[in-house]
Design a protein around this ligand. Structure first.
Ligand code: NI
Length: 197
């Protein structure tokens, strides 16, 4: 095939592959949520601190629906984009935004101290809380939420983190509902989220 046609084909193939991976991951997550109160359910005990050093644990979830997003402050694009989109949803919710927990959980505790998290999260909606903790505490929540995380060395000696970019929606009882779709208008997402208040 001529190079003229092969490039779009590669793009289409890459797009199809990313869709397939996303679908498989969603089915895997949703499948896990059906086996309630088994070891494979999503969620579980954790103990972290927010950007002000205040403890946030699994006991902080019940009473409000919760959005949880895992990432890291050095993330070049995926995390800031997702946090911007979540901020837009919270902004559209107005007063109701305070009736939702919105947590950004670091998967890079070595670099993401509470002070770094505080500085970073200041760019986003004030209802967003940035959580971090010891490497052990982060490993525990990463495992409980079945988050994929991989440290990837960069050529300059630095490193980046590959990670799951799903938004987890937990209900008022702290139980996993489904991945929350933020790839739609903030108004549509806010309307959807309000159903769980
Ligand atoms: Ni990221």
């Amino acid at each position: 095939m001529s190079p003229k046609f092969s490039r779009p084909l590669v793009i289409v193939a890459a797009f199809a592959l990313s869709l397939a991976i996303g679908l498989a991951l969603t089915l895997w997550l949703v499948g896990g949520s059906r086996t309630l109160s088994t070891a494979s359910a999503i969620g579980g005990p954790f103990q972290l601190v927010d950007q002000d050093g205040k403890a946030v644990t699994d006991k902080s979830l019940p009473g409000k629906p919760t959005l949880i997003f895992f990432g890291f402050t050095h993330c070049p694009d995926v995390c800031p984009t997702a946090l911007f989109e979540i901020s837009e949803i919270l902004r559209v919710m107005g007063k109701d935004a305070s009736r939702v927990n919105a947590f950004f959980v670091s998967v890079d505790p070595d670099r993401d101290t509470p002070a770094i998290m505080k500085d970073y999260i200041a760019s986003f909606d004030p209802n967003l809380k940035a959580l971090t903790g010891s490497p052990e505490a982060v490993a525990k929540i990463v495992s409980a939420y079945r988050v994929y995380v991989k440290k990837v060395p960069l050529k300059d000696g630095d490193y980046t983190m590959d990670h799951t970019a799903l938004i987890y929606l937990m209900d008022r009882n702290g139980q996993f509902v489904a991945p929350f779709n933020i790839k739609r208008s903030p108004e549509a997402a806010a309307t959807d989220l309000k159903r769980y208040l």
